[in-house]
Design a protein around this ligand. Sequence first.
Ligand code: UD1
Length: 439
Amino acid sequence: MAGRGIATAFAYETGGPALTMDKLIICGGKPLRGRVRISGAKNAALAVLCASVMAGDKVVLENVPDISDVRDMIDIIRHVGSEVTWLSESSIQINPPPRLIADPPCHLVKKLRASNLFLGPLLSRFGFAKISLPGGCNIGVRPMDLHFKGLACMGVNISMEGGYAVGRAPSRLKGARIYLDFPSVGATENLMMAACLAVGQTVLENAAKEPEIVDLANFLNCLGAKVRGAGTDIIKIDGVPELKGCLRYSVIPDRIEAGTFLVAAAATRGSLVLENIIPPHVEPICAKLREAGVEIVENGDTLQVRADGPLQPLDIKTMPYPGFPTDMQSQMMALLSTVEGVSMIIENIFENRFQIADELKRMGVRIKVEGRMAVIEGVPELYGTQVKATDLRAGAALVVAGLMAQGRTGISNAHFIDRGYHRLEEKLQSLGVEVYRSH
Ligand code: UD1
């Protein structure tokens, strides 16, 4: 275990999988078969890592996925002042910084969208934060008005200074009643963290209900915070003067990675057992797959998925949890592309999430996109060709399409896929897929 820890730390120090091998080659046309273990949730791990800078003592996190977004977030935390050590392939220890730097460097913050989640913790702890407007996938405009409005209610003065969001609070933040116009995941997380060290009670109304919110609240409570109601649309946080450490916290499994494997199994008419699952978290995805005719059997923390024979077309609308997740929309589009009949997808969360349609068309998919609606007419088969990932989940959709297609599919910009899928090639290889990296 120690050896693997060193190897992982080394991979982290060198930036992980080399970008020079940025093309993923998949030889498709074979059903996926076998067992696969789902890794820790990217979005939960990122929020928990941000929250860790508020801890007063050592934190040990388990089930952390070793993906590039997590490595980038760890880089930021190190710059902020925390000491981070990989203890094994999936667990890390974070020692609180002796002195915190409240303006993480722009070139790191720009790498991932979730770095905006530092605003709440840094403001809450130091009354000051300066964050470059974050980057991430180009899937939509992604404003931060709800984060800023909520923080302003808590006494923060937010200004935009040359591409940076700068927050200043004259004293400790103060608890407030905040209504979110939209149940934004990021705004809910940022405000929940900001409220932990505020004076008095904060009530977040119309809060997001995603499982990652509940995971973050559980972690904060392990640190001694007082967060109640996470997972419902009203979250109440009673501020405490300080947070302590936490000697063991395990991040929830990744429902989107699980969903991607479920879809890949269905798309290749294969049969898989998925381990390390919290079944209710994937229910919005399973419900749609069952409607299409996929067989999914739940057994404790495993799911058995099987598809043989023709599937039915679907109508899908992406919605905040517990609706169908936008992060599974592209993969579902790939699956539906070979389902006989006409399927329809309405994307309600991110306006640019249909960029993937043009790439899928190169593989023979018939799609018509009109604003937020995509109409897919099933074709008998896809063919492998050269395609390009335009964002993380678009990359995942191209993997699904590549698994279905006859011949070889070369997916460039594979670094997008590395942002969110832990050891994807290894996992696919163990399920019988011929897949490798190339220049
Ligand atoms: C998070 C997830 C992302 C997922 C998304 C929706 C992380 C790191 N990322 O992103 O994978 O796809 O939730 O489930 O957890 N909005 C505003 N103003 C704001 C904030 C958001 O208008 O201040 C809008 C966005 O433009 C978008 C919608 O609200 O249309 C949802 O965004 P949000 O829930 O905030 O997503 P993220 O937290 O960015």
